[in-house]
Each structure stands twice: as C-alpha cells, then as structure tokens.
Design a protein around this ligand. Structure first.
Ligand SMILES: [Zn+2]
Length: 382
C-alpha cells in the first residue's frame, strides 16, 4: 500500500430544509454580517432571496454579489473582492454550482491576503486560513463544497488556472437536497455525470488511497443507482438526496486523489469554447475511459458494476464493456456524443492539448499521456 494523507476537516450539515441552520452556523462563527456569492440565475428563481431571508430572520446582515458567470474570470473575482472589502462582512456564503464556489474561495483568499489571484495559482500558495466560508451547492455537482481548489479563467490567456490549497476548503458544507430539485433535466444530467466522473477519476487515480477509494465507491454507488432516476424526475426526493450526498463523497475523494485526463482535457475546452464544465467532461468521458483501459488493474469492473443498469453478475468482464456503458449513460441522459456537437473546432486542438498536458491532473491519470497522445485524444473526442 502506498503512503497517503487524508483529512476531512469540514462540518457537513445534510437534510431537506437544512438551510434553516444558517443563522446558527454564522453565530457559531461570531459573524453578524455575511457576504453571499451567487448568480442572477439563482436570483431569478428565488433561491438567493430564500437564503437572504433565512439569514436576515436570524437577525444577521447579508450583502450579496450576484455577478458570478460560468467559467468565472479574474475580473469577476476582483469585482467580488472589492465589494467584500467595502461591505464589512466577516464570513462568506457560496451559493450555487462550482462557479460561485470558485469566486467565493478566490474572494476569501484576496480579501485575507491581498494581491492578484494569479499569485496563488498552483499548489499550496495560500499562506494560511481564509475567512470562514459556508458552501451551499445547488447542483449535484461539482463537489466544490468539499474541495481545496478554485478554478478561475484568465481571459487574456484563454487559460483556466487552478488555485489548490487546503486553506480554501470551505469550513461548512450545507447540503439541502431541496435546492437541486428545481434543476432543469439538462443541468441535472451534465452535473450528475460530472460528479460520477469525479468519483471514477479519483478511483483509478495514481494518487488513490483506501480512504479516497471508500468515498469514491460510495459516490459511484449512490450516483450510479440514482442518476437516471433523478434526471427523469428531479422531484424524486430519495434520488435527489442520493445525488447530493454522492456528489459530496465524490468531491472528498478527488480533493485528495486528484482527477485525470477527462478534467485535464475539459478545462481548455471550457476556456476556448465556453462549454459548461459538466457538459465538456461528460462528452470527453468515453474517449478517456477507452484510452485508460490499457492501464486497468481490475477497477473498471467495479466501476461497471456500480453504474450498469444490468444487476446480474458479469461473466468475462472486459474494459470495453465500461466504455459502452458510459456511452449508453450519456445517450440516455441526452449528453452530446462529440466535442464538435458542442462547438469545438479542430484548429484549437494543438493549443488545447498543450494546456491539457501541462495540467496537474495528467499526473494522476493512470495511463501516461504525452502531447502527441493528447492531440489524438482530442481528435477522437471531436
Ligand atoms: Zn468536474
């Protein structure tokens, strides 16, 4: 067994209606004024107001920043940091999908330590704790509520930079399945496949440990058994609860085991072509599962058993059965089958491949990948 390090420092509050715990949590942290980071989409469906009302009913003050966009940029982070400092708030709520969490984490870093977010790019550059953060995911999901990374797009370079430091792990994750029960089917599908990919990539990662494996397996069990059902009916409370918890387990697994080529490849796709994170990952997944099959040490069969609809024991499993299974899953959920279908063009493949091979996730991928191989992977996925 390889050496490993694993910690789960968060407080996790789970339950339908668990948003109600917010005032109690803020008071626990002696914060009377909270800064809420979210987006206009969640404002328009009343979710922002719901959170604000709960906070204010507890006698606390709430300042909101709603200009988060998908694949958030350096400018968004700077605007948010400016408002945070002006507001006088002493804690942050991140409400939304991965983008709101990314902006909230980056705001926490800049508000505490100053400078530009580029200064903290890479591994462990954040010098110490940031302001207390409460992450409330509204998708299942990015797992960002339990991860130590923030991904911010540098528009000048068409590059998604990763700030990875355990200091930016949110102090609290409030998991309220009610919040994902209003998602459109397409969002539930792409975010759900993304969460499954987090567990799958963590499970076959070179950095997997028995602890991350345990989290990844539970995530695959919960997501594999409920994703189709949840996409079909987001009001299915049991499926929503399973997706929410599964997504958080997947986040914990990959926070330590890291990800792989799917995520290394999807970041440039999102940076160049503005494809949402979950969609980019889901489209790329079958290509990478096929590529990594050569490195399989028996884990593909376990993954297959978690996600296959066929509950009969498999005889004579071969890795291509998993490739077919993920293609089938994407098809059932209405995910596009190629990158060209989501607007990616061949002329950017070389530039994307260069960014992808430089991504730290490539080091976690079970099969080594050089630039030539990365170009071939993009061409195949196109
Ligand atoms: Zn992801």
């Amino acid at each position: 067994m390889k050496d490993f390090r694993f910690k789960v420092p968060q407080n996790i509050e789970f339950g339908v209606g668990s948003l109600k715990k917010l005032p109690e949590i803020l008071k626990e942290n002696n914060s009377e004024h909270v800064y809420l980071v979210s987006d206009h989409g969640l404002e328009s469906i009343g979710v922002v107001k719901k959170v604000q009302d709960i906070v204010e009913a507890g006698g606390l003050t709430c300042t909101t920043f709603l200009d988060v966009v998908p694949n958030p940029t350096v400018d968004v982070v700077n605007a948010s940091t400016k408002l945070y400092k002006e507001s006088g708030a002493t804690s942050i709520i991140a409400l939304g999908g991965g983008s709101s969490m990314d902006v909230a984490k980056a705001t926490g870093v800049l508000a505490t330590y100053g400078g530009e977010i580029n200064d903290y790019e890479g591994l462990y550059k954040v010098p110490g704790p940031i302001v207390p953060m409460i992450a409330i995911p509204t998708t299942a999901g990015t797992g960002s509520e339990v991860t130590a990374s923030a991904v911010i797009t540098d528009e000048a370079k068409n590059f998604k930079m990763s700030v990875i430091s355990y200091e930016i792990l949110p102090k609290y994750a409030v998991l309220d399945p009610e919040l994902i029960m209003t998602a459109p089917a397409s969002i539930a599908a792409s975010c759900g496949v993304d969460a499954l990919i987090h567990a799958m990539e963590a499970y076959v990662s070179n950095f997997a440990s028995p602890f991350s494996d345990a989290m990844a397996e539970k995530a695959m069990e919960l997501i594999g058994g409920n994703l189709r059902r949840f996409v079909a009916n987001r009001k299915d409370e049991e499926a929503a609860c399973a997706m929410m918890v599964g997504s958080t387990f997947a986040g914990m697994a990959f926070a330590w085991a890291k990800l792989g080529n799917v995520h290394a490849m999807s970041h440039p796709v999102s940076a160049y072509f503005h494809v949402p994170h979950g969609v980019a990952n889901a489209v790329i997944l079958p290509t990478v599962v096929e590529y990594n099959a050569l490195a399989d040490n028996g884990r593909y069969e376990k993954i297959y058993n978690y996600i296959s609809e066929d509950k009969e024991p498999v005889i004579d499993f071969t890795p291509d059965m998993l490739v077919d299974e993920v293609k089938k899953l994407n098809k059932d959920l209405g995910i596009p089958s190629s990158l060209s279908e989501v607007g990616v063009t061949e002329d950017k493949i070389e530039a994307m491949a260069k960014d992808a091979v430089a991504h730290p996730n490539v080091l976690a991928n079970p099969r080594q990948t050089n630039l030539k191989e990365m170009i071939a992977l993009y061409k195949k996925a196109l």
